[in-house]
Design a protein around this ligand. Sequence first.
Ligand SMILES: [Zn+2]
Length: 230
Amino acid sequence: MSLLLVRDMRTLRRLIRPQDLEGTVPDWIQAVRAVVAQYGSASAAAAADFYDAERVAAQVTGRFTVPLLDPPPDGQVDNSLRWATKDLWPRDPEDPKTTEAQKLPLDARLDAAEKKAEAVAQKLVADQGRGTVQNAVQKDRMAVGYARAAALGACAFCRLLASRGMVYKQDTAGFRAHDGCNCGVIPVFRGQKFELSAHAQEWERLYREYAAPYPGDQLRRFRRAIAEHG
Ligand SMILES: [Zn+2]
């Protein structure tokens, strides 16, 4: 996750005044929306540069201009941030629907909300870059598909998907990311043979050996295999 984004998010946190949540959370949401838009455009632009470079490296002929993805609609950003801050609001401790998280002191709830909001912002920003590459793959007739690049410390779900290699662009399942997911999208072009990274090859081997023979239980088995042998 971008350190600058984290720094900006932490600065914005000061906009929230605990004694006046109702008056200050909406201002904070608006400010975060602006930060997400700013970093999101940078993320889309960087993704376009990356796409161009990959295209050149694959010696693809013919011109193609990567369209930059639009920022997410305001409503989507607002909903995500409302979700991140929902435990801030005072609750009746006697109400059986009040969760343990909602009963914590305000300081702890603020810290938890900040962490969630940072993860939400990171995902919205990264999605704009990932979405730009995916959209380019769909539009570029010289692109055949894409692969997932998972970081070494990625979760089992992401490593499993990364170990599967290239997905054809006709496969419309799309690229699923979660909060805190640092996975990237790598375009694959006509005439290019996609090869798994050394890490992904190892994940693929672990999957085949320890998880593949157990349909219905593969993700759990794979998670255990990477914990024990990864
Ligand atoms: Zn991921």
